[in-house]
Design a protein. Structure first.
Length: 405
């Protein structure tokens, strides 16, 4: 007979695609099941790609609001000047381009749940209106003094350390405590590597069903390769790799050589997210957000500068090998630079981009890298921002700054 925990594991996997049997995930799932039936606000924290929106949808799907709207808003992807209007709506004429009255996301989510992703990116002015909604359910549209009421449950998420932003005056303390009535911490994939195999098989079976493949499993050697990866992109990166590999390889049984083709060298981590566990201990797995008092812009430039140096060094190493030991090219590329093989055109583009690297100042480097990244992803700003290690809002600001929009 199955235990209650086994039953809940199967239920969450089947209904919401939540998989995790290691202790950090068990804690997160247990808290999810406790909080879902309540009306409490929930704050979900964790690195990018750990499944924050999946958990938010489960909170909604297991609540009495499940028959009503679930509205997801990425606060970091909407320019600061538009965020308030998008959340709370506006009246005709409220600003230059407001040609008609418009409802905001909160009105759309009435009687349901609103998921505010990247809540740490929300401007302080907008935080004031959000706090008012949380406390009284009241708000006013931009350009109107009329009070409106909504009945909305708020689930927020961030990959930043909000406590540090509170200390720096970038996030309201009263809003922080109001949001985290329940706090669910999602672990990075490297903290529960025992779950990589069930996650891989889940994504593989899903993909196989879509493409009509009779998936029969993965070798222990191939799984060992996956387990030993960094997974800076966490579960999302594992899912993308699995889907791509199954689709392109079309192999019923996955071997180590199949996996090796799709393992890439990771760029520097995207943000400075810091985990704080229940004992109060702090572990930093990514680039610190507060390095010797550097400003956010300097940190972004530092990440970009380091990325360029690593790319340039890789290219120079390949050139050196080609000139002095052509017999070892295949072996070195296979073992160390599979990513370069899969993206040969991009290597050439990177070489051209870095041709005059020694003569460029930081602004020139940043501009060139942004243009290169956008070209690489066919203008997809979300993917370009993720690869650059900055938020979509920062990328949007940079495009304006360099007149690239």
């Amino acid at each position: 007979m199955q235990s209650s925990s086994q039953h809940s594991d199967k239920f969450l996997e089947k209904k919401f695609g939540i998989i995790g049997y290691a202790e950090p995930m068990r804690k997160a799932k247990k808290l999810l099941l406790k909080a879902a039936p309540t009306e409490l606000s929930v704050l979900i924290t964790g690195e990018t790609g750990t499944g924050k929106e999946v958990f938010a949808k489960a909170l909604h799907g297991l609540s009495k609001r499940k028959g009503n709207n679930f509205v997801s808003v990425n606060c970091g992807a909407i320019p600061e000047t538009l965020l308030e209007s998008e959340l709370f709506g506006h009246e005709k004429g409220a600003f230059t381009s407001a040609n008609e009255q418009r409802k905001g996301f909160f009105e759309t989510a009435d009687k349901g749940t609103i998921f505010l992703d990247e809540i740490g990116e929300m401007p302080v002015e907008t935080q004031v209106k959000l706090l008012r909604v949380l406390e009284s359910g009241e708000f006013s549209r931009l350009g109107s003094s009329d009070n409106r009421k909504v009945d909305v449950r708020v689930v927020a998420a961030t990959n930043r350390e909000l406590e540090e932003r509170v200390e720096r005056g970038q996030f309201r303390q009263d809003l922080y405590f109001r949001l985290r009535s329940v706090h669910i911490l999602l672990p990075a994939l490297r903290e529960h590597k025992a779950d990589i195999e069930p996650l891989f098989n889940y994504f593989a079976n899903q993909t196989a069903e879509k493409i009509g493949l009779d998936y029969k499993g993965i070798s222990s050697e191939a799984m060992e390769v996956l387990i030993n990866q960094r997974w800076d992109g966490n579960v999302r990166e594992l899912k993308n790799l699995t889907e791509t590999m199954l689709t392109l390889e079309a192999q019923e049984f996955i071997e180590a050589e199949n996996v090796a083709k799709y393992i890439r060298q990771s760029l520097p981590p995207q943000t400075g997210y810091t985990n704080r566990n229940e004992q109060g201990n702090t572990t930093s797995a990514m680039v610190p957000t507060n390095i010797a008092g550097e400003s956010a812009s300097n940190l972004e430039l530092g990440i970009i500068f380091r990325t360029l140096l690593e790319i340039k060094n890789d290219i120079e190493e390949l050139k050196h090998i080609a000139r002095h030991n052509t017999n070892k090219i295949d072996e070195v590329i296979t073992n160390q630079n599979e990513f370069m093989i899969q993206h040969a055109d991009e290597v050439v583009e990177s070489d051209e981009l870095l041709g005059n690297f020694d003569t460029l100042n930081l602004a020139d480097i940043e501009k060139r890298l942004i243009v290169y990244s956008l070209d690489r992803f066919d203008g997809n700003r979300r993917l370009a921002a993720q690869e650059l290690g900055i938020s979509e809002r920062t990328l949007y600001r940079k495009l304006k700054q360099y007149d690239l929009d």
